[in-house]
Design a protein around this ligand. Sequence first.
Ligand code: HEC
Ligand code: HEC
Ligand code: HEC
Ligand code: HEC
Ligand code: HEC
Ligand code: HEC
Ligand code: HEC
Ligand code: HEC
Length: 364
Amino acid sequence: MRNKNSILALALVALALAISGCSDLKHDLPSPVAPGVQVHRPSWVDTSSASFHGKVIRAANGDAQECLKCHGLNYQGGTSGVSCVACHQTAGASLHGRGWIDPLAQNFHGNTIRAATWDMRSCQTCHGPLYDGGKVGVSCRDCHRGGAGPENCATCHGSSNNAAPPRDLGKNTSRSARGVGAHQIHFLGSSIATSLLCSECHATPTAVYVVGHIDSTTGAEVRLSSLLANTVTNKPGTIDYDPELPTYTPSPSHSQAALTCSNTYCHGYFKNGNLTFAPTWNDTTGTQGSCGTCHGNTAAPLDTLGTRYLPKTASQGGTHPAVAGLGIRCNVCHAEVVDANFRIINPSKHVNGKLNVLGGERDW
Ligand code: HEC
Ligand code: HEC
Ligand code: HEC
Ligand code: HEC
Ligand code: HEC
Ligand code: HEC
Ligand code: HEC
Ligand code: HEC
């Protein structure tokens, strides 16, 4: 049985849908409207009706997210001016709908927060400023146990090990995913170099909702503004200065399109190094960290003297001593860093911005 009002309401809905042209709105609802305009059928609040909102939501697998567009992320009214809360307190009905704590459900709370550009501060209204229960007595910290509760640095990216991906923001864990890439090898360090802080490559936020962290541009900002990536070599006045070569001042950059890092000291932009080497962040071959990529020549044959790793000598326009011709290995002069089998014995002295040669550590 329809009365005039509900026919008018339906017409309004149809009109609004036609105007918005939006076919992906769930529950056949129009885009936000001003308070005072009726958008739902009267049966929407009639528990005995098939179109009662609780049933509609249950039929949509518990998905109440669309409602929040008009009723506010905090369920307190939003642009509609009608709060969900008071009724629900009286009825004792679950506000969030089914699937709210099921990570696989469309109505999972994490999805609601993502859709709100990762802003979960609306939850604090009921769950408390520290997310520890608030007036509704349900604490986020029962499940999000790390420091700062759900605002912990590893809630949205990273793992219980650290905040660096994996997992990335798309929940990917494979190294081939751009958000995952070579994070762990840089952050934890490897057999050839020690660990790097997030701040070597990013501006690191001190808390979730500070300016510059979650912003409107897609993806992470990679700044490479650290001292290490910008180490200048062949500086006039240093003991190894060679006036026939220029001073090398890196201008590190990350290409969002190609996912490569160029002009970094770390990967070869230094005196006698491989100036144009630009490793790919999400490469999975494992070859980009081998000897010869940053200095030397990976195409050269492996030999007992390590010519593959040797920085550019006079025959290649460089100035490194042509030691292969003299029949001696790297460890004779770089003993703090490398052994006779070309293994890095002290990663903290390799790729550290200093030259370790003949028993000394120095700027160069
Ligand atoms: C396009 C904006 C919009 C969306 C989306 C929306 N609502 Fe509403 N809702 C309103 C407006 C405006 C009112 C007040 C006028 C009215 O009752 O139609 C309202 C009123 C209500 C009422 C009170 C109705 C009454 O008669 O007392 C309930 C209950 C309600 N909405 C639930 C929901 C639920 C549940 C959803 C999601 C499935 C939802 N709304 C989605 C705009 C919206
Ligand atoms: C006019 C009072 C009223 C308003 C306003 C209202 N609800 Fe309800 N809602 C109810 C009642 C009553 C029930 C049914 C309780 C039951 O079945 O025991 C219910 C049921 C539900 C259910 C189903 C719960 C379940 O366990 O399956 C959901 C989800 C829901 N409402 C979401 C909302 C949302 C979201 C809003 C605001 C957009 C809202 N409601 C606004 C009264 C209201
Ligand atoms: C019943 C346990 C539980 C409670 C309570 C809980 N969460 Fe979660 N939350 C989870 C699970 C499980 C995940 C998914 C973790 C994953 O994907 O590895 C999650 C994920 C999240 C995410 C990340 C979303 C994403 O897509 O990566 C945020 C943000 C979040 N919760 C916020 C909150 C807030 C805020 C509260 C309290 C208002 C809360 N959670 C309460 C279990 C819970
Ligand atoms: C208007 C008050 C209110 C707001 C705002 C609110 N919640 Fe809740 N939440 C409740 C209440 C009440 C419960 C207790 C169970 C229920 O009613 O669903 C609850 C329960 C929960 C649970 C536990 C559900 C379960 O089945 O164990 C999680 C998780 C949760 N809320 C997450 C969130 C997140 C995330 C946000 C922000 C996006 C949020 N809540 C915003 C009132 C609120
Ligand atoms: C060696 C440089 C480097 C370090 C160190 C580093 N990152 Fe990244 N980070 C990147 C690059 C490169 C990307 C990919 C950027 C892109 O997609 O264009 C990235 C992307 C990200 C993303 C976005 C993931 C996504 O899904 O898009 C997050 C979040 C992130 N980093 C967090 C961190 C945190 C937290 C740390 C420290 C614990 C850290 N990073 C350390 C280089 C680094
Ligand atoms: C609510 C989810 C969430 C939480 C919690 C969170 N992050 Fe992020 N983080 C993001 C998102 C989303 C991005 C992608 C940034 C963008 O859109 O530019 C990001 C990016 C980053 C980046 C890459 C640089 C950038 O800003 O683009 C770093 C570093 C980072 N986060 C560190 C942290 C630290 C440290 C914490 C804890 C203080 C933290 N994050 C907590 C969601 C989160
Ligand atoms: C990621 C790029 C990179 C890779 C891969 C790399 N190096 Fe280096 N290497 C450097 C940089 C940068 C320097 C410059 C000095 C410094 O910062 O420690 C250097 C310097 C050296 C030195 C001179 C001693 C010193 O000061 O550190 C030796 C010897 C050396 N590398 C051997 C090796 C060997 C052997 C391998 C393979 C196991 C290797 N390198 C792989 C970047 C790399
Ligand atoms: C005879 C001593 C000697 C041996 C053996 C030696 N180096 Fe060096 N190395 C030096 C000196 C001296 C410098 C500084 C030269 C300069 O800057 O012109 C240097 C500098 C370097 C640098 C910094 C870039 C440069 O050329 O300034 C790297 C990288 C390096 N050596 C790697 C190696 C590797 C790898 C081996 C073995 C394949 C090796 N060296 C063998 C003496 C040696």
